[in-house]
Design a protein around this ligand. Structure first.
Ligand code: AMO
Length: 436
């Protein structure tokens, strides 16, 4: 700490200040949100991580009164003073300062109005992210994200899952080759991991129930409101289970997340003007075939076996407004590690979890017999030799298993009512954005 901050120490957050502290000396520290002058009184609105406090400076405290004129918006200050009960102030109390210290000034004008009164477009907001995040409706998104990660972790640990960390620098693709980022790795070429897939499957043969919350990398060419190049995924893998088991697990998890956020983040949801309703269990389940028929009857032109287009997803979002599952996708369109159905191998034991128009998760029962996995790799024009490191683990006692990957950024988008995934990531990475 620099000397000027060391001699007086922050004692409270703004949210700790209330009429019950009337007469008590406190030290607050934070940022100047605003300064107002009303005749013989000056007010500083001080902001910290918890909210706002009103610092009231009557003319009679002449030295401090003069010093207020040297302050500007977003200056970092320490304020030592007495709490005074005041019904009209935030939290029913104000601070009458005896000392105000500037720890660091800020420039004026700032590149962005942190109060949001002067609107800036998303690019300007993201270019000046630190300032942009000084608004409660922006920090609310990240507090909800924090709570979401926390509740997911607690939920899975309660269900006896082990949290693992798999490598993000890898030698070969796990999802097929197209959207990999190559990197230079000493004398070799390597890639950024696009999914924890193969490693979490291997770990299911050790720990049985594993999960990971980590970034994965997708060289997405498209510029959309739902695609990023650096994605946070919640990955789960469960031994001795099939897709029905992991669908129920995901349903319970999502239900718990919504319930927790609604109950514990009301301040943040209010800041975001978001009404969150907890989806009712069980979430509806449709087969891919039923979805195709639904879309066709709505005039969307598509054939069985094709991917669902963005336009078709938007149509689905009009028809199905909440949480639902799409099951039994065509085998050809799903990755090699998904198990084809025994009774009808052109469809597989796979699912997507949807919220309105947005895919939040996908998963399925895995192929766990080595011979079939090699056949599936070949069918998908992938070279089994590149997967040798993985395939050999199927000779060492690989249990049947199933799992899913949930896009954390997209889940936060739904929970916060954000229209663009970039709003839910501190420093989003996409085709055009690599800084800040
Ligand atoms: P998938 O590729 O469907 O499945 O990814 C899982 C979830 O991650 C999110 N997601 C993305 N979010 C933002 N931008 C992107 N570019 C992006 N790509 C994916 C989505 C998606 O549903 N290994 C499988 C999972 C499994 O079977 O366990 C996988 O990675 O929300």
């Amino acid at each position: 700490m620099p000397d000027d901050a060391r001699d007086i120490r922050k004692t409270h957050f703004t949210s700790d200040i209330g009429p019950e502290l009337d007469g008590k000396e406190v030290v607050l520290a934070g940022w100047v949100e605003n300064i107002r002058k009303l005749g013989g009184i000056k007010f500083i609105i001080l902001r910290d991580k918890e909210g706002l406090s009103q610092i009231t400076i009557p003319k009679s405290s002449s030295r401090v009164f003069e010093e207020v004129d040297n302050l500007g918006k977003e200056f970092v200050i320490l304020v030592r003073g007495k709490v005074r009960k005041m019904d009209k102030a935030p939290q029913g109390a104000e601070i009458i300062p005896e000392e105000i210290k500037t720890l660091n000034p800020a420039i004026s004008p700032l590149p962005l109005d942190p109060t949001g009164k002067v609107e800036a477009n998303l690019d300007t907001q993201l270019d000046n992210r630190v300032l942009d995040l000084r608004r409660p409706e922006k920090t609310a998104i990240f507090i909800i994200r924090h709570e979401t990660t926390n509740v997911i972790r607690e939920f899975l640990i309660r269900k006896r899952f082990i949290e693992i960390n798999t490598p993000k620098i890898i030698a070969s693709a796990s999802e097929g080759g197209a959207d990999l980022f190559p990197i230079s790795y000493y004398e070799k070429e390597a890639f950024l991991s696009q999914s924890a897939q193969l490693y979490k499957e291997q770990m299911a043969s050790v720990f049985e129930k594993v999960f990971e919350i980590a970034p994965c990398y997708r060289a997405e060419l498209s510029r959309t409101v739902r695609h990023l190049s650096e994605v946070y995924a919640v990955d789960v893998e469960l031994a001795f289970a099939d897709y029905e088991d992991v669908i129920s697990l995901l349903e319970d998890l999502i239900y718990n997340v919504f319930k927790h956020i609604k109950k514990n983040c009301s301040k943040e949801l209010t800041a975001l003007k978001k009404q969150l309703s907890v989806p009712k269990k069980p979430f509806p389940r449709y087969t891919y075939t039923e979805i195709v028929e639904k879309l066709q009857s709505e005039g969307i032109e598509m054939n069985w076996g094709e991917d669902i287009s963005t336009q078709a997803y938007r149509k689905l979002g009009e028809l199905l407004t909440g949480a639902y599952f799409i099951l039994d996708w065509p085998t050809a369109g799903k990755p090699f590690y998904i198990l084809p159905r025994k009774d009808d191998p052109k469809v597989c034991e796979s699912f997507d979890f949807m919220y309105s128009w947005l895919e939040l998760a996908s998963g399925g029962t895995r192929v766990y017999k080595k011979g079939m996995l090699i056949d599936r790799l070949k069918e998908q024009k992938l070279n089994p030799i590149s997967f040798d490191f993985h395939l050999k683990t199927y000779d060492w006692g690989m249990p049947p298993h199933a799992g899913w990957g949930l896009g954390l950024d997209r889940l936060v988008m739904i929970l916060t009512g954000s229209e663009n995934i970039r709003e839910c990531v501190l420093y989003p990475r996409d085709r055009d954005r690599l800084t800040p």
